[in-house]
Design a protein around this ligand. Structure first.
Ligand code: 5CA
Length: 445
């Protein structure tokens, strides 16, 4: 993409309403624009990142055997009356009347809708286990929408729902979700810690939140810092294997890690003092097992192998897709701007032409642009007729992990500069080597 043809409304001034760094940078880098409190338009650059995160989530869910679908944003109140949550949910639910006076609502989550789909079509244990999920906009009329996309009123969420014949099978689904979530966050370059949490209005006993440590996080967290040494890495986990999934979950849930809602001082005191840490965190996902809460209330049952009718065991599992954009920035930035991890960067490489209109420089840039593009890499080419300083600071703000700088002086010596946004390290190499280097970096991911 040529910057001269893109829509990238970069702000020079720091917007005064933005109190945390991710919100500031998202506004300044032209990623989002507020439309009303807690509701945002995703401008082209922000939209690209949102889609990259969504893609990772889809890929990891499908690997775990979970099936994608799409449910509507607007739901009928009748289903929520069946579960009893229409009254319980309170002012956070946006309630709407259609032209015939029927009560509708903008979905804050989808347990009722999915349970209705399930009970309409599934009646035998032979169709289980089943996990369906979608990625869809949600609305919660938060008392205090703030921090940009971190606590929005309208936000993009992956929510998945498992249906299982018994407790054991549902726990396997819970474990599969934990593993696939850990995998997803790792791919986004994030360290997210599963923490025992409180289930709130969703209900149920077993629940973990996934928290990314950040000073600006809204949750207070307590943990044994040895959990930070854990990573899934390349470890293969067979999602169909109960024991394997359970082992991973045991490993990740053994060190003490809790949010303030479930924090237990006596237990925490048993962690050696040098490993006892408390800080703040951003909740980027939560998984729940709630047994037969919704299936009992809404009559979602199947025949088991003895021909008896039993309520299915369920859980629901959410990832804050739009919140993740902010969380990734909170975890990856410096005073100049964002530093995108390679997996979610909106463009793979920035290209700066120091002397637009110089025949050699223009030609070298075009060669680099075409070569990287033909490998399927996305390049943001700053081809504007602007001073170098302005181009550098825009690139720093946008945070593309790699950049190539092309100027007439370097070209005279047969070199261009390749630089890493994260380390600031640069090297001078030929045009061909620069292209090769960027391709190699992305091939290794
Ligand atoms: N039904 C369950 C699981 S699908 C559920 O709704 N869980 S949740 O309430 O924990 O939401 C899932 C994730 O959505 C949260 O972990 C958080 O990352 C994200 N989220 C929740 N509220 C907001 C909000 N107001 N703005 C942005 N993201 C949010």
């Amino acid at each position: 993409m040529r910057l001269s043809r893109y829509f990238l409304p970069v702000l020079k001034e720091t917007p005064s309403e933005a109190r945390i760094v991710s919100h500031r940078y998202m506004l300044r880098a032209g990623m989002i624009k507020q439309s009303s409190a807690g509701i945002y338009s995703w401008l082209p650059l922000g939209f690209k990142v949102l889609k990259k995160i969504e893609k990772i989530v889809h890929e990891e869910q499908e690997k775990a055997g979970h099936i994608p679908m799409l449910m509507p944003t607007i739901q009928s109140a009748d289903l929520w009356r069946e579960s009893g949550r229409y009254d319980d949910y309170g002012d956070e639910m946006l309630r709407i009347k259609d032209r015939s006076g029927r009560d509708m609502l903008y979905g804050p989550t989808n347990e009722e809708l999915i349970t209705d789909i399930f009970r309409s079509h599934v009646s035998s244990y032979k169709d289980l286990p089943l996990t369906l999920y979608h990625i869809q906009w949600k609305f919660r009329d938060e008392v205090r929408p703030r921090f940009g996309v971190m606590r929005g009123r309208e936000f993009y969420m992956k929510d998945g729902y498992n249906f299982d014949i018994d407790h054991d099978s549902a726990i396997h689904a819970y474990n599969r979700h934990m593993v696939s979530y850990l995998r997803s966050y790792e791919r986004m370059g994030l360290k997210a810690i599963p923490m025992r949490a409180d289930s709130g209005p969703i209900g149920g006993e077993d629940t973990h939140e996934f928290l990314v440590l950040a000073e600006t996080g809204e949750s207070e967290v307590f943990y044994d810092d040895r959990i930070l040494d854990l990573s899934l890495g390349a470890e293969a986990v067979d999602y169909d294997n109960w024991d394997e999934c359970s082992e991973v979950v045991k490993k990740w849930t053994s060190p003490y890690a809790r949010t303030n809602e479930t924090h237990d001082n006596a237990l925490f005191d048993q962690v050696p003092q040098e490993h006892r840490k408390s800080s703040r965190g951003i909740e980027v996902g939560q998984i729940f097992y709630f047994g037969t809460k919704y299936s009992d209330a809404m009559g979602a049952s199947v025949q088991n192998s003895n021909g008896e009718k039993v309520s299915v065991h369920m859980g629901s599992h959410g990832i804050g897709v739009s919140r993740l954009v902010g969380a990734i920035i909170e975890a990856n930035h410096d005073e100049k701007g964002i530093i995108w991890p390679e997996e979610v960067t909106p463009f793979h490489c920035g290209l700066i032409n120091l002397r637009q209109g110089d025949e050699q420089a223009d030609l070298a840039c075009q060669t680099i642009y075409d070569s990287l593009s033909s490998f399927g890499l996305e390049v943001l080419y700053d081809d504007r007729d602007e001073r170098a300083g302005g181009k550098f600071s825009t690139m720093d703000l946008l945070g593309l992990p790699w950049r190539i700088i092309v100027g007439p002086r370097g070209l005279k010596n047969g070199v261009v500069e390749v630089g890493s946004r994260r380390t600031g390290q640069t090297e001078e190499v030929s045009v061909e080597e620069a292209v090769k280097k960027i391709i190699q970096i992305y091939q290794s991911i």
